[in-house]
Design a protein around this ligand. Structure first.
Ligand code: C5P
Length: 406
C-alpha cells in the first residue's frame, strides 16, 4: 500500500470543487493513509462534514474548540503530525490568508504550524484565477516552498470555459504519491549548497560585488532539505530566509571566507552544489581607511580569487558529487561544457542571461543541465520548481552509484 502509515492533512475551503474531495479521501484511505480533514466554515456549505468524517474515519475539524465534545484541537500538534498537507480546493481568500499568515481559522493556523511539504490546488472561476492578486499570491506561496497543483482548463461551474478547474482527485492522488516518494530519497545524505554573491572589500565602506540575489541557491537548499537531506547553506550577503529546519545556514562575506567554510564542510558532504556567484577578482589590498576622492583618476589593482571548485576537485573522493553553475552571456553551451571538464564536475547548470526570465533577481529561471552524457534544457519555471527539477535529476541520473548505493 503506497500510503501505509503516512499522515495527511487535507484542508478544504469554500469552493464548489470541494464535492470532489470525498473521492480523494477514499483513494488515500484505501492505500493506507491516515487522513485528517480540516474544513473552513464556508467549505461546510459545499460538502458535509459527515461525509468526510465517515470516509476519513476521523472527526472533521473546523474550530480549535469543539463545543460538542468539549475537546481542544491543537493546531501545533496537528501541523507537526502531518507528513504532508494538501489544500484542495483552495480558494482565493484562503491563499491570501496563507500568504499573509492571517491565521483566523483552524486551517490557516495549522498551515502556519506545519513543518511538512504543503501542496495547494486552487479552484475558482477563470477571471478570478487570472486576477493579479491571485497570481501574485500563487507565486508567493511557491516562493515559500509550497507546491502548486495547477488548475486545469475546462468547463467551470459558472459554465464559462478556461483555467481555474481544480485538478482531478485521481491526478492529485498521483502527485501526492510521487511527492511522498521523493521526500525521503536523500535521508541521511549531507548536501553542501553555496548561494548569493561575495563582497570583496576595497576599503571599510566599499566592495566589489555582483547582482546575485541568492534565490536559486536558497531554493536548492530548500529542495534538498524537502527530500530529507541534511543541508549546510553557505551564503554571501542576502536578505533571504531559510524555512526548513534541516538547513544549517552559515553567512560569509568574501570569496576567501566562502573558500574556508566550504573546505571545512566538504569532506563530510555527499553532494556539493556550488550555486554562489563567487567573485573572480578581488582588490590586491583592502585599504584600512576610506579612500579619498582627491584625484581625477584612480585605478584599483585586482588579483584573481582562488577557484573554489578547482581547489576542491583535488580532494574530491569518488563517492562525492560536485555540481557547478555557469552564468554565460555568449557561446553558452561551449563555455559551460569547458567548465564541466576543467573543474572536473559531475554536472553544470547553465543559465544564459540572454534567456528572458532567467538570471539574477528574477523569481523564474531557465536552465540547461549539462553532464558528459547529455544536455537537457528545462522549461522556464519558478526557481523553487527549477530547484526541485535539478534535485530530481541528480537523484535519478547522477546518484545511482554514488548517493543511492552508499
Ligand atoms: O568559472 P566560473 O566562475 O564561470 O564558474 C562558475 C562556477 O564556479 C560556479 O559554480 C561558481 O560557484 C564556481 N566558482 C568557484 N570559485 C570561484 C568562482 C566561481 O568555485 N572563485
Amino acid at each position: 500500500m503506497e500510503f501505509e502509515g503516512k499522515k495527511i492533512v487535507i484542508g478544504i475551503t469554500g469552493s464548489i470543487a470541494a464535492y470532489k474531495i470525498p473521492l480523494l479521501v477514499r483513494l488515500l484511505k484505501k492505500e493506507g493513509a491516515d487522513v485528517q480533514v480540516i474544513m473552513t466554515p464556508t467549505a461546510r456549505d459545499f460538502v458535509t462534514p459527515l461525509t468526510l468524517s465517515t470516509l476519513s474515519e476521523r472527526p472533521v475539524i473546523s474550530e480549535p474548540f469543539d463545543s460538542l465534545t468539549g475537546e481542544w484541537n491543537s493546531h501545533v500538534d496537528l501541523g507537526r503530525w502531518a507528513d504532508l498537507m494538501l489544500f484542495a480546493p483552495v480558494s482565493a481568500s484562503t491563499m491570501g490568508k496563507m500568504v499573509n499568515a492571517i491565521a483566523d481559522n483552524f486551517l490557516v493556523t495549522t498551515y502556519i504550524a506545519a513543518k511538512c511539504p504543503v501542496y495547494f490546488a486552487p479552484a475558482m472561476d477563470l477571471d478570478m484565477f487570472k486576477h493579479p492578486a491571485n497570481q501574485a499570491n500563487i507565486k508567493k506561496l511557491q516562493s515559500y516552498g509550497n507546491i502548486l497543483i495547477d488548475p486545469q482548463e475546462g468547463e467551470l461551474a459558472s459554465r464559462l470555459k478556461g483555467a481555474g478547474r481544480m485538478e482531478e482527485p485521481e491526478v492529485i492522488f498521483e502527485i501526492l504519491k510521487e511527492g511522498l516518494k521523493k521526500k525521503q530519497t536523500l535521508t541521511n545524505k549531507k548536501v553542501l549548497v553555496t548561494a548569493g554573491p561575495t563582497y570583496e572589500r576595497i576599503d571599510p565602506v566599499r566592495y566589489i560585488g555582483n547582482f546575485s540575489s541568492g534565490k536559486m541557491g536558497f531554493a536548492l537548499a530548500e529542495a534538498f532539505a524537502s527530500r530529507g537531506a541534511d543541508v549546510t547553506l553557505i551564503t554571501g550577503p542576502s536578505n533571504l530566509k531559510v524555512s526548513n529546519p534541516n538547513i544549517k545556514r552559515i553567512d560569509i562575506e568574501s570569496s576567501a571566507e566562502m573558500l574556508s567554510e566550504v573546505k571545512q564542510a566538504f569532506s563530510k558532504a555527499d553532494i556539493l552544489m556550488m550555486s554562489a556567484a563567487v567573485a573572480d577578482f578581488k582588490p590586491s589590498t583592502a585599504q584600512e581607511q576610506k579612500i579619498k576622492k582627491n584625484t581625477q583618476h584612480w585605478s584599483l589593482e585586482l588579483e584573481k580569487t582562488p577557484d573554489i571548485l578547482s581547489e576542491l576537485a583535488k580532494q574530491k573522493s569518488p563517492r562525492q558529487l560536485m555540481i557547478g553553475f555557469a552564468l554565460e552571456t555568449e557561446n553558452e553551451q561551449y563555455n559551460a561544457s569547458q567548465k564541466l571538464e576543467n573543474k572536473k564536475l559531475d554536472m553544470i547548470v547553465l543559465n544564459s542571461l540572454r534567456d528572458e526570465g532567467a538570471g539574477f533577481a528574477t523569481d523564474t529561471n531557465k536552465v540547461t543541465l549539462i553532464t558528459k552524457q547529455e544536455q537537457l534544457p528545462l522549461d522556464i519555471k519558478h526557481k523553487s520548481e527549477v530547484a526541485q527539477d535539478i534535485v530530481s535529476y541528480i537523484v535519478d541520473n547522477l546518484s545511482q552509484t554514488k548517493i543511492k548505493d552508499k
